[in-house]
Ligand binder design. Sequence first.
Ligand code: PLP
Length: 395
Amino acid sequence: MSHKQKTVAVHAGARLGGSKAQPVVPPIHVSAVSWFDSSDELDAALDGKDYVYSRIAAPNTALLEEAVAALEGAEDCVAYASGMAALKAVFEAQELKAGDVVVMPGDGYGVTRLLFKNLCARAGVRLHALKLTDADALERLVALRPKLVLAESITNPLLRVPDVRALSGACREVGAALAVDATFPSPYGQKACELGADYALQSTTKWLNGHSDALGGTVSGSRERMAPLRSARVLGGDVLGPFEAWLTLRGVRTLPVRMKAHCEHAAHVARRLAESPLVERVHYPGLASHPDHEVAKAVLAGGFGGMVAFELKGAGRPECFRFLEAVKLARAAPSLGDVCTLVMHAASASARRMTPEERQEAGIGESLIRVSVGLEDPDDVADDLLSAVAEVVNQ
Ligand code: PLP
């Protein structure tokens, strides 16, 4: 049957025929909707047996989820439009009631703190922010009898390392679900589910993507824990787009190779910074002087990560801002996990959404600089940071 041009314009070129080729790189499935020749097949697809509508399930997202679940050593994974969407999904999946208790890190990512404060306030849930590395943290946690505990594998920005295995034991004792945001080490450095976490979260925007070109988030865990998240995502619509899923999967392919180098480079940069008299203190879990070094050796078996933080001697915010402008190789940007080195003033960026009192309690001072160490030669990175330090710190 021949059709008029308007019809041809809409329908021609819809099927790729005559090829049995398997592309080495998965194609990007941009179609949000699929159609079927058979009504039975369409009916089955609407039951989740095939791809029919990308808010329900989508091929690029499914491939990424398969890869991240495998990296995390988890049964299943659900991907989201961002790391924050993943955190919100885990909170909402608990179906908390007024009076329930949630525990989260008092010294973790400021935006997560504000999200949880808002979610808890809305639901009448009591939120307790604890430093999970404090000696009495587990005792206090058990006494609070929480329903949900959130931890960060390596805290943002102070790089403290809680004992996830011990936290998991405490959570089991009181029947709390344990969610671990493992963005900083990535699954290369820590497989949180294997240490007893119920949920392992990633902002894939960071190390998994690795090139700062796609936002995304994942939650991994048992099939039983992931099923309600997947159903809620169909309703909530916080899905990852096909381009973002594709770019993130492309990043995942080189994650172990990149992370090995990021960890080695970060350790080298941390040592070089620690030698400088202009640097007050270096925070890196791989240094023997780090307060959690022994715990880190046990729970970050894959490596101590690519993040380093340090305090400029006698500096306040103005000196730190000048430092950000003085670096020549590193880029002042509020993210991490890129192939190039990124620097940031913690108090005004990752901890920006915290109140001054919360920052003080957490120990996030005005002189703290956070570095995501890239894949450049680590001596070039250290030279760049140290010459910028020398420019701004009064000697
Ligand atoms: N978790 C941590 C530890 C982070 O550092 C960030 C972002 O910086 C997030 C979660 C949020 O991720 P996203 O920006 O992908 O929403």
